[in-house]
Design a protein around this ligand. Sequence first.
Ligand SMILES: Nc1ncnc2c1ncn2[C@@H]1O[C@H](COP(=O)(O)OP(=O)(O)O)[C@@H](O)[C@H]1O
Ligand SMILES: [Mg+2]
Length: 220
Amino acid sequence: MNILEFREVSKVYNQEKSGIHDLSFSVKQGEIVALAGPSGSGKTTALNIAAGLDEFCDGEVRLLDRSLQNLLPQELLNLRRNDVGFIFQSYNLFPVLTVLENVEYPLALKGVRFYERIEKAKRCIEEVGLAGLEDRMPSALSGGQQQRVAVARALVTEPRIIFADEPTANLDAVTAEKLLLLFRELNDKQGTTFIFSSHDPRVLKFADRVIVLADGRLAH
Ligand SMILES: Nc1ncnc2c1ncn2[C@@H]1O[C@H](COP(=O)(O)OP(=O)(O)O)[C@@H](O)[C@H]1O
Ligand SMILES: [Mg+2]
């Protein structure tokens, strides 16, 4: 079953050549897929559209068997909260919240009760190898640790699909490899689908399949 489908999707920014153009691809449930391509090739644009974080101009996007453009705002919000995790390149942690508070936040949005939130958040923090750092502020963590908090926050709702925009761009080679092995482990254990972007060949080899973009289109 396709968990994500792009059908001739276009998004044009102010200049004609920017954005993505008639982009079609699909991702099956349980796959780990990498979006590759040089800077400016449309990776971030495609990921943001796929996750329902950004609008597009033309074509159709199907996520989890729903056509994104037909969803009401509240339906889109629920889909994102319940089934989608997103890991941003620059982490986007809340600087004034602790590690634990950052990770439990998506559960609070869903209305999960306090004790269940804490328990689930702690389990995810342990899973990403940060046990003991629950009460730290993000600013007191290394880049690799902050990225792991962002991963724990994306995992905590047990989404069916996780998008990650250049998740290893700010990590050293060893930390990057650990993160990708964690993706693989979650994929094995829980069947989580991963779509991440990168232009690093060492990172791309971890994917089951690589989709290469050039100038907002599929490269051939
Ligand atoms: N907010 C924006 N406004 C105008 N142009 C943009 C915007 N975001 C991206 N673009 C343009 O769209 C193209 C694809 O960008 P992007 O998706 O960020 O590529 P990548 O993530 O592969 O580096 C680039 O030409 C970029 O300059
Ligand atoms: Mg980008």
